[in-house]
Design a protein around this ligand. Structure first.
Ligand code: ADP
Ligand code: 5GP
Length: 209
């Protein structure tokens, strides 16, 4: 199938806070060719954390700039997550897909549900923690949130699980290597689907005879 020109695929990696979306995405991207797969950089109104760079981890913008982007239709989806606004820049994603590069969105569940409406061809992957107690430990260990915020994130998780049936795949992030290989396997399998491109390939075979 590689001989046939195709548009890239949109992979939406989503799930509760602390499930490991960020960790899995950075591993997935570190091991892949940037021409084949890239991560969409979101816009956010939250302040950068230590070590985060504008244009690499996020585009850090003011609330006004964010509102202007909404007004000009510049987001594929946007959502308020724990008091901050986050959005996926539409044009950049569509350009990459048109150029044949897969795009990975690492976004929250509300965002994933909006993308499903706007882009139903996306492949939706839900990342689950192995248990709620492990999720609590990971959120505590990450050290980015207060106990109060962690309690809020855990109670939101139970509500978020009710949307799991909207997704195509679920990956339990117990052992990291195992979870990363499962996500990689999904991306590979999705490129082996029979699509209308197959007719182009069959035509070429016919010409060769
Ligand atoms: P999310 O992006 O879903 O909010 P993160 O990727 O930030 O979650 O992961 C939350 C914390 O759990 C981080 O400190 C990360 O290093 C840790 N973590 C992620 N996956 C695993 C794993 N499989 N085993 C142990 N710790 C993990
Ligand atoms: P953080 O502030 O910890 O980087 O991210 C908080 C949450 O916002 C995470 O669940 C992350 O997946 C989500 N997020 C990051 N970018 C976007 C985006 O563009 N859209 C949506 N809907 N959620 C996002």
């Amino acid at each position: 199938m590689d001989q046939v020109k195709h548009t890239g695929k949109l992979f939406i990696i989503s799930g509760p806070s602390g499930a490991g979306k960020g960790t899995i995405c950075s591993r997935l991207l570190a091991d892949s060719d940037p021409e084949r797969m890239c991560l969409s950089v979101s816009m956010t109104t939250r302040a950068p954390r230590e070590g985060e760079e504008h244009g690499v981890h996020y585009y850090f913008v003011t609330k006004e700039e964010f509102q202007e982007t909404i007004a000009s239709g510049g987001f594929l989806e946007h959502a308020e997550v724990y008091g901050n606004c986050y959005g996926t820049p539409r044009e950049k994603v569509l350009e990459k897909l048109a150029a044949g590069t897969d795009v990975v969105l690492e976004i929250d569940i509300q965002g994933a549900l909006s993308v499903k409406k706007a882009y139903p061809d996306g492949i939706f992957i839900f990342i689950l923690p192995p248990s709620m107690s492990i999720l609590r430990k990971r959120l505590t260990g990450r050290g980015t949130d207060s106990m109060e915020v962690i309690d809020m994130r855990l109670s939101k998780t139970l509500e978020e699980l009710s949307y799991i049936e909207e997704y195509d795949y679920v990956v339990v992030n117990g052992e990291l290597e195992e979870a990363v290989s499962r996500v990689k396997a999904i991306t590979i399998a999705e490129h082996s689907r029979v699509t209308e491109n197959i007719h182009e390939l069959i035509e070429r075979y016919k010409e060769e005879i």
